[in-house]
Design a binder for this molecule. Structure first.
Ligand code: Z5A
Length: 214
């Protein structure tokens, strides 16, 4: 079976994931690739319904383990209905957040046991694992200022304090360090155009290698 490539963007609040995911998709299409852009939580009609529950804070009283189960339920639908079919059709899937976000927010910050996260990951994603993950890194105060600059009301995660967001940043860097074949840390504190150029260069280099090569 033909298999496409799976590229994810990860990082803390306001690091520019959505901006850069969109720009990379545009770049890859210009190079002739078929690209599917998506995001988590959400990305499919069923998962988008769960997104609202998670980001509104409605599920917060249930605790981090229950939230992890809801993220996994949304992910299972997203993978089944969108990601897996797109990869099977040979497309490039560019996803704004995926498994690493669960490991950071519910695992490192929420203290959900790794054994539960392992099991949920297996059920929700199966073999659908990213080939390449860009971990966008900026000091958390810059990320929070960027997010605040958008003017939208803070969601359940954005509303946490500076200490929380510092720990999020450290946890993403630890994830990247533990899996250097898949993860590339990108300094995203510069202008968006410079970050975009660096990501395009890295993606082109990776895509010119055979699928499965690191
Ligand atoms: N979550 C979880 O707990 N567990 C999970 O398994 C998953 C998610 C999948 C999703 O929130 C929340 O769910 C997330 C973790 C949790 N919460 N947090 N925090 P979301 O989808 O609503 O939001 P987000 O993923 O956190 O993205 P974001 O913070 O909204 O921002 P971003 O995508 O990283 O950045 P952006 O939207 O591209 O840019 C933000 C602003 O900065 C915007 O005005 C841009 O124009 C500007 N920008 C972008 N790049 C630059 C540069 N380079 N310079 C200056 N300004 C820039």
């Amino acid at each position: 079976m033909r298999r496409g490539r799976f590229i994810t963007f990860e990082g803390g609040e306001g690091t520019g994931k959505s901006t850069q995911a969109r720009r990379l998709a545009t770049h890859l299409r210009a190079r002739g690739h078929e690209v599917v852009e998506t995001r988590e939580p959400g990305g499919s009609p069923g998962a988008e319904a769960v997104r609202h529950v998670l980001l509104s804070g409605a599920a917060e009283p249930l605790g981090p383990s229950a939230e992890a189960m809801l993220f996994a339920a949304a992910r299972a639908d997203h993978v089944d209905t969108l990601i897996r079919p797109a990869l099977a059709a040979g497309r490039i899937v560019v996803c704004d957040r995926f498994l690493d976000s669960t490991r950071v927010y519910q695992g490192a910050l929420g203290a959900v046991p790794a054994a539960l996260l392992d099991a949920l990951e297996q059920v929700a994603a199966g073999a659908a694992r990213p080939d390449l993950t860009f971990v966008l890194d900026v000091p958390s105060e810059i990320g929070l200022a960027r997010a605040a600059g958008r003017g939208a009301a803070a969601d359940r995660f954005e509303a946490q304090g500076a200490d929380y967001h510092g720990k999020v940043r450290a946890a993403f860097l630890a994830r990247a360090a533990a899996d250097p074949a898949r993860c590339v840390v990108v300094d995203a504190s510069g202008p968006a155009d410079a970050v975009e150029a660096e990501i395009a260069r890295l993606a082109d280099a990776r895509l010119s290698a055979p699928a499965g090569a690191s």
